[in-house]
Design a binder for this molecule. Sequence first.
Ligand SMILES: [Zn+2]
Length: 343
Amino acid sequence: MAIKHTAVSYYGMNYTEHARQDFEEMRAHGCDTVVLALTEFDIDFWFPNINAIVRTAHEAGLRVLADTWGIGKYFGGENVSLFLQNNIHHRQVSAYTGEVLNAACFVTNSFRDYFRNICVKLARETEVDGFFWDEPHYALPKSYASITGGAGDDWACRCPECMRKFEAYYGYEMPRFMNDDVKQFRWREALFTLSDTSRVLKEINPNLEITCCVHATMQSYYVTELRGYDNWEMVAACPYFDVFSSTIIKWDLPEDFFRDITERTVRIAKKYGKESERWLMGYHQQPKDWKQIDRIVDMYEEMGVDRLATWTYRGGYGTVVSAKDPIKLWDCIGENYKRVLKK
Ligand SMILES: [Zn+2]
């Protein structure tokens, strides 16, 4: 088995001469791909500069994937959302309490148009090599949700637009208690938002590579998180996705959890003819034993993972989600990338 690509995410979208140094540092750390974490503000305000950044990355020898990071708080990410700032409608609603939530409802035509237009503009006016769908999800109307699959009763979205669409399809009012129709409705609508935009992007440029990265959640008989993309078979079967990816696992979770997520990721990617990708936590939390990074990278490689990716450049140095020793973490991941890439 061989690792085909090694990626790292990057926030610095402002000045090419600074980005050039960072991209060269990424190359020196064994990266061959940069995932540009594009915020709604970057796309709106810095748009004239984005392609200059993309070209600079290409000159440094990196592939470039556009990550529609945290857009509408539909995708994962700490950034703020212009959509939520500029719209008082089209938000997700808690099923149990009726509270309006601070997340765009991606089932609405308004948000779907907004998201697709952003991506189409990037595809037409920049030279990105592909797109990265970063942890898309329904809002969880609970503050203490665990990425390891803690059970929760409330769910989203039960906004007026979702309710109308549900009733038109199933012939009865969308219930507050999640039944099989609600599950199916949420899976179908969630996937449509991404598959429809992915289809349009492939029509613009068939060479654009699309990765869909879902939450690395437990899916047992008893517990799933039901964030909309937890039906991995359904997601991986989408013909417009090229890479099936599952997201970061905290270093202090049991090794069996890493193994279980990776086994399912690789198996399902293979079944639907996609490449598989697994992530490394390169920010916020670092392993107690640096050698754990070597062991997990070895595990991924042995289990047949095609691609590795890390969030984020320099261990999140200078941000509130920096690792305790960010540069050491970045260097350890870099050493592993150099060790396994196309060896
Ligand atoms: Zn809704």
